[in-house]
Design a protein around this ligand. Sequence first.
Ligand code: CP
Length: 290
Amino acid sequence: MRHVITGAELSPDEVRALLHRAAELKREPLSSDALAGRSVALIFQAPSTRTRTSFETGVFELGGHPLVLRADELQLSRGESLRDTARVLSRHVAAIGIRTVSDEEVIELARYADVPVINMLTAGHHPCQALADLLTLREAFGELDGLTLAYVGDGNNVARSLALVGALVGVRLRVAAPAGYQLEQLAGVALTDDPRAAAYGADAVYTDVWVSMGDDPASAGERRRALGPYRLDDALLDAAAPHAIALHCLPAHPGDEITEEVLYGDRQRIWDQAENRRHAQKALLELLAG
Ligand code: CP
């Protein structure tokens, strides 16, 4: 049974093949019936725009039925265990996607599921986002091996997934974050508190929201103060390579972690990233459940 909880479960060859397949599926979205006659459960214990729409439309395009299950609609909300939920869903669906805050919940669900489980975002990881981001970099630059990606801002789940999944295909990650918001040291990742040093000569500069879903809303003011110098603006992008692109996993808060000029400007590939969620996840579903 293959699960994707952090993304590190995939081999380098699998990630390369998956991105190649995602590009094919982007060119011909209705060319696969890998999920014909089957359903995929998509459990959302937290809000989503991109993940829900991209998975739901992606499963449909693969010929399957997306079964979107909100937390308050499941007996999970009344105390049924993840173990029993996994056993029941496995009798009906070809795969289970889950979005929740706790990484342990995804691990627990996967432990008892007889079908592949895909992490659709936890506090610790966002592997599906990282796959779409790599597809976007591949479209922009062709080769991934040797690219330098600068991530500025909160060293969160997205940064961690970029580090883990990017390393599989040779993307060198630099993370610039202030003390208290920095990613832990992971193999091959350069950590700094200087956003310009991270961006210098990079092929892409990436940012994410300063207050994520799992963060205490009461910490928003403190986070804005600490992360203010890490805003992705034109000046920071100018420090990167002349061909550099701007990336953001969205939702964005223009004026906080990114300026409107960058978010809607000529150098961004942010809206391609949002679209690429569907193509990358379709290739992942083919790999795991096709
Ligand atoms: N990037 C991302 O996961 O977006 P949603 O929270 O809207 O799904």
